[in-house]
Design a protein around this ligand. Structure first.
Ligand code: G4P
Length: 529
């Protein structure tokens, strides 16, 4: 197959949802359709179960599982599908944000009873900012839930999306009869038999046909006709361009657990979802069709086995072909590196591959060379944008609890930060180190890993910080900036890249500071230029 056709047939996406909406179940059903797994239950959820948050063995076990399920690849009708796993647990939200820099589209899963939940809102916002094409799957229709129109309203209002229903439910919960597929113009009857792989679909080209009464009964048939008329009246028609630009989001209804509505979703997905997209680097836009290989690291996974300390760096291929045993330029280090055993990912296993294409993810063994956001090329100096750090939610001083092991401690902190476990800030005033995280769980993970992987001990001390803001002076004369640096010296720190950060202790302080220094911009993410 030619290089160009390899690109055309790839679809790399992520499934995002609030925990428990059905992401794992849907992933598993998609893999079943692709023939990548044989039975339900094969894909393990990598979410951290409630109550297990302080159980380190559980964290380790979960981390182990998530390596295997980080990328799930399979073939469906000649299309190569790569699903990138996104942790649902909110303490690992930053991991998910980073993974979203490597997807070409997403599927958003929403629980029909719970509607739009907090985590979904945050993740969709990130996708919206980046104009990532999104498909919405409303799940658990076999259960009693919200009215379909109310839900569509909620999706539009809370998520700021413009929806376009591609299917519509007939009844719900105990009375769930099936779905009408507006895209394929057929009725899909629900029998509630979860063991079936493929459900019966009945073609109905004309909704006025009395056939409909026979299938779903008089009352449902009439409701469906009214509802579809309303749908056609209220919502825009599907427009592929608008979807691809992030301006329109097709919506499907179904039940992942019952494998219902999943085939429709998948069929539509492979038809409309984008092939690998061009990516902006600091220097220029890079197209997948370009011959020279380029790619970037979006995730680093530590090996928890103390005998094999190597890490696995996940690289998304943006352009060209990635080949085994070929020297590539590590742009940040200005150094050529060769990889003898790059991993490609299939359903639940990884294998060494000789060649990979744009859209694919390769896992590279790494002994500490890589940092999230690093770019690899065939020689060109390029830096991919879009792996930003967000302001953490929690801040603590980190102290060395074993003075004999300070070297190990700093090496450990350094490497864990490269992996993106948390963010490190060094205070301008006294050089003290502050760890910022998205969730409290990370502090336990860091302490545990420093001890077990680096032989170092640490303790924490609370620090009252509301938000970390990246500081950008815009005044050319700089007088205001000098005054700001003098007055706020105690609250200034450098992040790992040496960028100046203001650690504001409250929203009020931040607002007052913004008012006092109008020529200085305060950003919640590290990537603002
Ligand atoms: P997540 O990855 O988004 O966190 O969700 P997951 O797929 O693990 O699903 C969360 C729960 O919702 C699971 O039940 C799962 O079986 C259930 N579920 C998923 N899809 C459907 C659906 O279409 N209908 C119904 N009724 N339930 C659904 P659990 O009891 O938490 O876990 P398990 O013991 O079944 O694994």
């Amino acid at each position: 197959m030619s290089f160009q056709s390899e690109i055309q047939r790839r679809r790399t996406f992520g499934i995002i949802s609030h925990p428990d909406a059905g992401k794992t179940t849907l992933t598993e059903k998609l893999l079943l359709f692709g023939g990548a797994i044989q039975e339900a239950g094969a894909v393990k959820s990598n979410k951290i179960k409630k109550g297990a948050t302080s159980d380190f063995m559980e964290i380790e076990r979960q981390r182990g599982i998530s390596v295997a399920t980080s990328v799930l690849a399979f073939e469906y009708n000649g299309i190569k599908i790569n699903i990138l796993d996104t942790p649902g647990h909110k303490d690992f939200a930053e991991d998910t944000f980073r993974t979203l820099t490597a997807v070409d589209s997403v599927i958003v899963v929403i629980d029909v009873a719970k509607g739009v939940e907090e985590q979904t809102e945050k993740l969709v916002e990130v996708c919206r900012m980046r104009n990532i094409p999104m498909l919405v799957f409303i799940n658990k229709l076999d259960r009693e839930g919200k009215d379909a129109f109310d839900l569509l309203d909620e999706v539009e209002q809370k998520l700021g999306l413009k929806v376009c229903p591609m299917s519509f439910p007939i009844g719900m919960g105990y009375d769930f009869k099936g779905i009408y597929n507006l895209w394929e113009k057929n009725v899909n009857l629900f029998t509630g038999d979860s063991k079936k792989d493929i459900e019966d679909t009945i073609q109905i080209n004309d909704l006025t046909s009395p056939e409909l009464e026979k299938l779903v009964g008089d009352s449902h048939a009439n409701d469906l006709r009214d509802n579809i008329e309303l749908v056609n009246g209220i919502y825009p028609e599907f427009d592929k361009e608008a979807y691809l630009n992030g301006g329109l989001q097709p919506v499907f209804f179904g039940s992942a657990l019952n494998n219902f509505g999943v085939r429709e979703l998948l069929d539509c997905f492979v038809e409309i979802a984008p092939k690998p997209r061009a990516k902006q680097s600091e220097e220029r836009i890079v197209k997948p069709e370009e011959e020279d290989f380029t790619g970037f690291v979006f995730k680093i996974h530590a090996n928890m086995d103390p005998n094999h300390r190597n890490r696995l760096a996940f690289v998304k291929i943006v352009s060209g072909e990635f080949k085994r045993n070929t020297p590539y330029l590590h742009v940040r280090h200005d150094k050529k590196l060769k990889f003898s055993s790059p991993n490609a990912f299939f359903a639940e296993k990884k294998e060494i591959v000789d060649i990979s294409y744009p859209g694919d993810i390769v896992g590279l063994q790494d002994s500490g060379n890589f940092k999230i956001g690093d770019t690899l090329t065939e020689g060109e100096v390029l830096n991919y944008k879009g792996v930003p750090s967000f302001s953490p939610e929690h801040f603590r001083y980190i102290n060395n609890a074993d003075p004999m092991k300070s070297k190990q401690l700093y090496k450990g902190i350094d490497q864990l930060m490269d992996e993106g476990v948390a963010q490190l800030f060094t205070l301008e005033l006294n050089g003290r180190k502050v760890i910022g995280t998205v969730g409290a769980l990370q502090y336990e993970v860091i302490q545990y890993r420093l001890e077990h992987e680096y032989g170092a001990k640490c303790s924490y001390e609370n620090l009252n910080v509301h938000k970390a803001c990246w500081v950008e002076p815009t005044d050319s004369k700089n007088d205001e900036f000098k005054d700001f640096k003098r007055v706020k010296q105690r609250f200034l720190a450098k992040d790992k890249r040496g960028q100046l950060v203001f650690l504001a202790d409250s929203m009020f302080t931040l607002q007052m500071t913004e008012q006092k220094y109008p020529s200085i911009k305060f950003h919640y993410t590290s990537e603002f230029k």
